[in-house]
Write a protein that binds this ligand. Structure first.
Ligand SMILES: O=C(O)c1ccc(O)c(O)c1
Ligand SMILES: [Mg+2]
Length: 618
């Protein structure tokens, strides 16, 4: 990897805390963001000494604003302002300054005037051995593309005047990065990387609030890096992320996430794609009231495959869907009145190499005590605390199934209409949503489907599905809005080691679910009702709306309505699904996909959330 750097604006805390966090995470250097310095009690000399002590280089001083394209008198004032910064930079020991394209004070723009002023600024900088990196802000008044900034830099023709390429400014405007080929690498003085969710909003607000780290958003940063390296650029790759989330989360954790994002980008850019999971091995649900869980699973058609030889857990199975449940009430869950998807098992081609990859990315390990004669699954902890176990890909029943019960395998198969796990929906505390996206992308090569917002009575739930291209593994991540946040603070979770009791308790406060794939959802619902299952009730208004939206056969509609089964249709095919009552905070869904339907029942999620909210309050 090339030299790594991070802008202090990415991190929470004081300048000193930011610097310590960057060093702790292993960054080579930092960009000093001016407002952080101005607000710091440290003198420039002390900042310089602290950097040296921490082993950090000070790579860039930024930003300098609104210099060019102004009337001469104003320009002279700007030069004085600039010179003061050069003097400051000498005290800091920084020799590169970032100059943003003018966003306000330039009024009668003419390229030649700006060129001449950039040239004069560069000549002044040369007296201080300073270099200037000119950055086209996406909302620059006249210069807002890198092509334009490059044209001005070329015309100004000074060795100490070059470009800063910032992925956000370029990709937010759908810039064409193949144009980098026209720029010699040595004229790129600095590179700032940021990702962002693909939002439709003005670029300034998008940039100032919603940037995130590479791999957490929707930009094609892989192509960006390839084109950048093709110029021969060898300078630092720096992160510059303005984020409402990361400004308030623990800085060491954020810095580690930032470093991981660069590792992912480096791997991805060199064509290194992680081995993808081939399917679900199991889901583990723990409840304060395990008997309730057992009841719902049994009613759904799951067979009790017995207790584990040595642990207080039970296996329930139907088709290839396997759910492990706790036998005894767990104190922390009881306290929260909840339940939790404690872990999931993913089948991967080579668990050992996925585990090694997890270690390289510094994801904490998940541990389970095992006896010598038991199959050991390697595990890793997702940012939300969910443990993800790595099982070998297999078409047959996994080997560990033999550790349960005494009955011969296959004797109690469960309902034959249930085929396997379709998806596992994991609620994400707001401060770790982005980390969740990078976790599944960097470790498992999952891809993010376009996100959407789902209305709930307690706020908007942002939902983003991480999935394998073939759909074998789908993990919708739901960002829990503040209204639903049970008072969880942004306190750092332990960065290594086991999910502790507090962790479990907090996680148990969020609704999560496991969805099973079936070949006939209406029939599964009918049978389950026959066994006494309480479904999530669907209001009559929903079916009237369905009738209006789709020209459904009367009999079919009645069948859906009688069984509380919901319906959706798109170009690909049809979707039928229903939800069970909630046990603590976990519930189950049964889905049927007809044709090439790839969604999750858009339109039904708000109805589900409202129904659950209603039940919760009864
Ligand atoms: O939002 C800004 O003003 C701003 C400042 C400096 C940068 O490097 C940048 O990308 C944006
Ligand atoms: Mg920038």
């Amino acid at each position: 990897m090339q030299k790594t750097s991070i802008a202090t604006v990415c991190l929470a805390g004081t300048l000193e805390e930011k610097m310590r966090a960057a060093a702790e995470a292993g960054f080579h250097g930092i960009e000093v963001f001016e407002p952080d310095l101005v607000a710091s009690p440290l003198s420039p000399e002390q900042v310089r000494d602290l950097a040296e002590e921490l082993g950090l280089t000070l790579d860039l001083y930024q930003p300098f604003r609104d210099l060019e394209g102004v009337p001469e008198e104003q320009f002279q004032q700007n030069l004085r302002r600039l010179e003061a910064k050069f003097q400051l930079m000498q005290r800091l020991g920084v020799d590169l300054i970032l100059l943003c394209s003018n966003v306000g004070t330039a009024t009668n723009w003419e390229d030649p005037v700006a060129v001449e002023q950039l040239r004069r600024a560069a000549d002044l900088a040369a007296e201080y051995d300073v270099r200037i990196a000119y950055e086209a802000l996406a909302w620059g008044r006249f210069v807002n593309t890198y092509e334009h900034s490059w044209s001005l830099v070329q015309q100004a023709d000074r060795p100490n005047l070059g470009l800063c390429l910032d992925s956000f400014h370029i990709l937010s405007r759908r810039g064409d990065v193949t144009g980098f080929r026209d720029i010699p690498g040595e004229k790129v003085f600095f590179v700032q990387m940021a990702d962002a969710p693909l939002l439709l909003m003005d670029v300034l607000s998008w940039s100032r609030h919603h940037r995130n780290f590479p791999g957490e958003g929707g930009f094609d940063l892989v192509t960006f890096m390839r084109e950048l390296y093709a110029t021969g650029y060898t300078g630092p790759v720096s992160l510059e992320v303005f984020s409402d989330v990361y400004r308030q989360t623990e800085s060491v954790r954020t810095a580690r996430e930032a470093m991981r994002s660069l590792q992912w980008l480096d791997d991805a850019q060199s064509g290194d794609v992680p081995a993808r999971p081939t399917g679900w091995d199991f889901a583990e649900v723990r409840a304060a009231e395990p008997a309730d869980l057992v009841e719902v699973l049994t009613q759904l058609g799951f067979a009790d495959r017995g207790r584990h030889r040595t642990k207080d857990v039970h296996l329930f199975a139907a088709g290839d869907a396997r759910v492990v449940t706790n036998d005894r009430a767990e104190a922390p869950l009881e306290h929260a009145g909840g339940s939790v998807i404690a872990s999931v098992g993913l089948q991967v081609p080579d668990p050992r190499s996925t585990a090694e990859h997890a270690r390289d990315l510094h994801f904490p390990k998940a541990w389970r005590a095992n006896r010598a004669d038991e199959m050991v699954l390697r595990g890793v902890q997702a940012p939300d605390g969910t443990e993800v176990f790595l099982a070998p890909s297999t078409a047959a029943a996994p080997q560990w199934v033999g550790e349960y019960g005494s009955r011969a395998e296959g004797e109690t198969a469960g309902d034959d209409l249930i085929l396997g796990i379709d998806h596992v929906n994991l609620a994400q505390p707001w401060q770790w949503f982005e980390e969740g996206v990078l976790f599944y992308r960097s470790l498992f090569g999952l891809e993010a489907q376009v996100s959407n917002d789902v209305a709930s009575p307690q706020g908007l739930v942002r939902s983003e599905v991480m999935r394998t291209p073939d759909g074998a593994v789908r993990i919708p991540l739901n960002l829990i809005p503040h209204g639903l946040d049970p008072g969880r603070s942004a306190e750092p979770r332990s960065l290594s080691g086991h999910v502790d009791h507090d962790e479990l308790r907090l996680k148990a406060a969020y609704p999560q679910h496991v969805a099973f794939l079936s070949s006939d959802a209406v029939e599964v619902a009918r049978r389950a009702r026959g066994r006494g299952l309480r479904m999530l009730p669907v209001p009559s208004n929903y079916y009237e709306d369905l009738a209006a939206r789709f020209n459904l056969d009367e009999g079919f509609l009645a069948e859906l309505r009688e069984n509380d089964v919901m319906y959706d249709r798109d170009e690909g095919g049809e979707f039928l699904h229903f939800y069970t009552r909630t046990v603590g905070t976990v519930f189950f869904e049964v889905v049927e996909r007809r044709g090439g339907y790839e969604g999750y029942g858009a339109g039904s999620a708000p109805v589900r959330l409202a129904a659950q909210y209603d039940l919760d309050r009864q």
